[in-house]
Design a protein. Structure first.
Length: 218
């Protein structure tokens, strides 16, 4: 039977979390909201609507989410031509593909943003499918993105491993019934990832690649 390695992208394979923090912070600032950057950082990994709801709370103008999301997208798009892949991100995907894993991306990015991320990773030949924000009704921490990713490649949850950098990834993976692996390169502490369901935690793709033989991706 095939095995699936499901990867989050932002903060896991591409070093973009802090770019998202700054551009979301600026989008909120332009709209008159004072949201601390540390709070924005903890919300990265949620879909746009959920991120706005999480940060602005119950008293928010629900119609404002689309405007804030559009502002964030416009600000973040300035970086599309220079998004930095994390070291060995592409090599990790290629190695897993060579080892017989079916590699799938599960990300809230879509459209031009997703294309820019894939260019940065530079491992398209290793990626079997991508589950993007356009494909699901509920984003992480709901299990739907992970479930959809597995449906795309026909692999059951018990034969899958999710690699991600946020508590939202770990919660989504746990609900979907997959083995969860965390990475610290998105800036979330090890203890938080483990509490959310990570069964193993590595510093970044480079360390995971070097430790494959002893990892859940062995």
């Amino acid at each position: 039977m095939e095995r699936a390695a499901v990867f989050d992208v932002d903060g896991t394979l591409v070093d973009t979390n802090h770019l998202h923090v700054v551009t979301w912070w600026e989008a909120f600032r332009q709209a008159g909201h004072r949201v601390p950057m540390h709070a924005v950082h903890r919300a990265i990994g949620l879909g746009s609507a959920d991120l706005v709801a999480h940060l602005l709370g119950d008293g928010r103008d629900e119609g404002e989410a689309d405007e804030l999301s559009a502002a964030h997208k416009a600000l973040y798009a300035q970086y599309f031509d220079r998004l930095p892949a994390l070291k060995d991100a592409g090599a990790l995907l290629k190695r897993l593909h060579g080892d017989g894993w079916t590699v799938v991306l599960a990300t809230s990015a879509s459209g031009a943003e997703l294309s820019a991320l894939r260019r940065a990773i530079d491992a398209d030949e290793a990626i079997a499918a991508t589950a993007s924000a356009d494909d699901v009704e509920e984003g992480k921490p709901a299990p739907e993105p992970i479930e959809h990713a597995l449906e795309l490649v026909g692999v059951p949850a018990e034969r899958a491993v999710l690699v991600g950098d946020t508590v939202w990834d770990m919660r989504a993976g746990s609900k979907a019934g997959v083995t969860c692996v965390g990475v610290l390169c998105g800036g979330i502490p090890r203890a938080d990832l483990e509490e959310a369901g990570a069964q193993a935690v590595y510093a970044d793709p480079e360390q995971l690649l070097a430790s494959l033989a002893d990892s859940p991706l062995a």
